[in-house]
Design a protein around this ligand. Structure first.
Ligand code: HSE
Length: 428
């Protein structure tokens, strides 16, 4: 199978390394021939080390794609518009595609997947979600004997690292982020990570696969982790829970409930113990029951190993000529999922109020809960913190989000409330 690779960065370099090390084993043990026919990057400088090793190289992806002897495009360059054009051109000329580009698939998958199906080609994207964890293949193949009822996942290593360090080492959000940046986990501009956008790209793809409907990542509710304070982390510990940024998919009568936000995960839940840059996907299926897949969600070789697994899978199916491309034509805007609005979801809620130290403040707050028909499960009041300020934590019983939002609006308008209230949902 003749492969044209675009992108020689972290993951692209890892793919070349794995193929160099294992191509002979793939030929002898699996009966597949993976040949890196052309390596393409933006500049001559980037391809020079590969040219020196004897590879055919290019700085013009479109010309490489136009070569009829290339059977597969591996897109590992990142970005949106150029990959969209390359993949479209590759599919138009009957080439299969392997990509790790979750952002581009979340944005343009609705046009690329139907095109692939029309052309009888595969787009494989195992590396796009959960790095090396084979979650795409699991949902498409391994779990088809069951219906996914609930999926909760930790799919951004940077956020998981930040929250883990805040929990273990009592760091502030800012210090934990600095540490993640120093270790090279977070992007130079970490907004996509910490504001939950990267998790939303991945969650939308997973929710689509689970529901068989197109889930538009721009329409799902997203809250990141930058507003989580060291105080919230410590309060969560008192409540026997750990704060994690989760991507969620819940099958519901009303439609698809897909969202990304921090959650208080009870410490006896498997996801509470997934720490640092590790990713995990917890699935509850009707026939199978609960499962957990966990592993490295990012990084050179873990992500590259998922790309290579896609290439081996592709080589085996196309060589045998028996396996049909995974039907993804349904991933289009006409088949869009009905999304459940966040106001119509329900949960138990962690609510933290910072108030002035004055008579009747607690009574005013609990009065508003009562007016909104919200039942309180527990209250923690820590005494005076900063001069004249009190921190009050309320845990609600399970209730609808619209009631909580209404109560928070009224509470934030109280003269005695000194800062905007904090709200974090419990996973269970
Ligand atoms: N920025 C992502 C993360 C990289 O931190 O998990 C993998 O998609």
């Amino acid at each position: 199978m003749r492969i044209g690779l675009v992108g020689t960065g972290t993951v692209g370099g890892g793919v070349i390394e794995i193929l160099e090390a294992k191509a002979t084993a793939y030929r002898e043990k699996l009966g597949v021939n993976l040949e890196l026919a052309c390596i393409c990057a933006r500049t001559e400088e980037e391809v020079a080390p590969f040219k020196a090793k004897g590879y055919t190289t290019s700085t013009d992806a479109m010309s490489m794609i136009a070569d009829p002897s290339i059977q597969v495009l591996v897109e590992l360059a990142g970005g949106y518009e150029m990959p969209r054009q390359w993949i479209t051109a590759a599919l138009e000329s009957g080439k299969h595609v392997v990509t790790a580009n979750k952002a581009m698939l979340a944005k343009y998958g609705h046009e690329l997947f139907p095109l692939a199906e029309k052309k009888g080609c595969h787009i494989l994207f195992e590396a796009a979600v959960g790095g090396g964890i084979p979650i795409i293949r699991s949902i498409q193949e391994g779990f088809v004997g069951s219906e996914v009822e609930h999926l909760s996942c930790i799919i951004n290593g940077t956020c998981n690292y930040i929250l883990s360090r805040m929990t273990e080492a009592h760091l502030s959000f800012e210090d934990a982020l600095k540490e993640a940046q120093a270790k090279g986990y977070a992007e130079a501009n970490p907004t996509f990570d910490i504001e939950g956008v990267d998790s939303a790209h991945k969650t939308a793809l997973l929710a689509s696969l689970c529901s068989g409907k197109y889930v538009d990542f721009e329409k799902i509710h997203v809250t990141g982790v930058s507003h989580i304070s060291a105080e919230d982390i410590e309060n969560a510990k008192e409540l026997n829970a750990t704060i994690k940024l989760l991507g969620l998919y819940i099958r519901s009568e009303a439609g698809v409930d897909a969202r990304v936000h921090p959650c208080l995960v009870p410490n006896n839940h498997l996801l509470a113990n997934v720490n640092n840059v590790i990713n995990a996907v917890y699935l509850q299926c009707d026939n199978l029951g609960p499962t957990l897949q966990t592993g490295a969600g990012a990084g050179r070789l873990p992500t590259a190993s998922a790309v290579v697994a896609d290439l081996v899978s592709l080589a085996r199916s196309t060589d045998s000529g028996k396996r049909l491309p995974m039907p993804m034509g349904w991933f289009n805007k006409e088949n869009a999922a009905t999304l459940v609005p966040i106001e119509e979801t329900s949960a138990r809620y962690y609510l933290r109020f910072t108030t002035r130290d004055a008579c009747g403040v607690l009574a005013s707050i609990t009065g508003i809960f009562s007016e909104n028909r919200i039942s309180i499960e527990s209250i923690i009041q820590k005494g005076v913190t900063d001069p004249g300020k009190v921190s009050i934590v309320v845990v609600s019983e399970r209730t609808e989000e619209r009631k909580i939002l209404s109560a928070l609006k009224a509470i934030d308008a109280l003269a005695a409330v000194a800062e905007k209230s904090q709200m974090i949902r419990f996973l269970k």
